[in-house]
Write a protein that binds this ligand. Structure first.
Ligand SMILES: [Zn+2]
Ligand SMILES: [Zn+2]
Length: 262
């Protein structure tokens, strides 16, 4: 498997996943032209994409979807509960190109797709657990908190893209965020804080994960460095050393590391 995050954060999310027989995007929250350009850096043409998996209907996950999927006639997969909300936001995409999944795993060529419901204030939000042979990766954004169902499903993934959205104090003290918005982000169905992310990383490290990409990092209530140091210092307190027991990197609005899982 080859995996690369093309963009991460509230300005747009998009991750490329490739197996020997499948080329898939998870979310398409940046412009179609930007996705096309970034795919070319990986040696992939937009027309080669077999499917786009959509987590939920928020614009930072679907901004370029309508233009891209219509132009390249790409199949779009979304949870059955989220089909209506997604279709409402499409201007050109024919309904016949939208495929719904429920809570059962399905396949796109040799890529197995399992999903888990994430607690988030969307109509329905899906986390993705993608595998090919013995390789397994998970993409888990956006969520207000973790739970046992999510952690059990993603455990054993060699690579996890996990939301590490905000520093709670930085958010609480942000003078530009109204109280209602702060409450939404901090709520059970909002976004995952650095500390809550760190606790999930502790669990994942103990269950065999080797690489974490801290994702969907807020531009206003966090920084790449703060997210990384917060998670690493929590892990250190519980006896886990970054670089030895687990590798942790941060995803940004720019393309990040290309992972090859053989
Ligand atoms: Zn969202
Ligand atoms: Zn989002």
């Amino acid at each position: 498997m080859r995996v690369c995050n093309l963009s991460s954060g509230s300005d747009g999310n998009c991750t490329y996943v490739e197996t020997p027989n499948a080329k898939v995007l998870v979310d398409l929250g940046i412009s179609a032209s930007e996705v096309t350009k970034r795919l070319r850096i990986l040696g992939v043409e937009a027309s080669d994409i077999d499917a786009i998996l959509i987590s939920h209907e928020h614009s930072d996950h679907i901004k370029g979807l309508d233009v891209f999927a219509t132009k390249y006639k790409t199949k779009v997969y979304v949870h059955s509960k989220g089909v209506g909300a997604l279709y409402m936001k499409m201007k050109k995409l024919p309904a016949s190109q939208i495929y719904s999944f429920d809570d059962m795993p399905f396949s796109i060529n040799d890529l197995s797709v399992d999903t888990v419901e994430l607690p988030h204030d969307a109509v329905h939000c899906s986390g993705f657990i993608l595998s090919c042979g013995s390789r397994k990766i998970s993409i888990i954004t956006d969520l207000g908190h973790t739970n046992d169902v999510i952690l059990n499903k993603i455990s054993g993934s060699s690579l996890v893209y996990l939301e590490c959205n905000h520093d709670v104090e930085m958010l609480k003290n942000n003078p530009n965020y109204p109280a209602k918005l702060k409450a939404r982000i901090l709520g059970k169905n909002g976004h995952l804080s650095n500390l809550d992310c760190a606790k999930a990383v502790e669990y994942l490290t103990k269950t065999g994960t080797k690489q974490i990409m801290l994702s969907h990092i807020s531009r206003h209530n966090n920084t790449q460095t703060l997210a990384y140091t917060s998670v690493c210092s929590y892990l250190k307190k519980v006896g886990i050393i970054e670089g030895k027991d687990i590798k942790i990197s941060t995803a940004s609005i720019n393309m990040s590391t290309i992972f090859k899982l053989n």
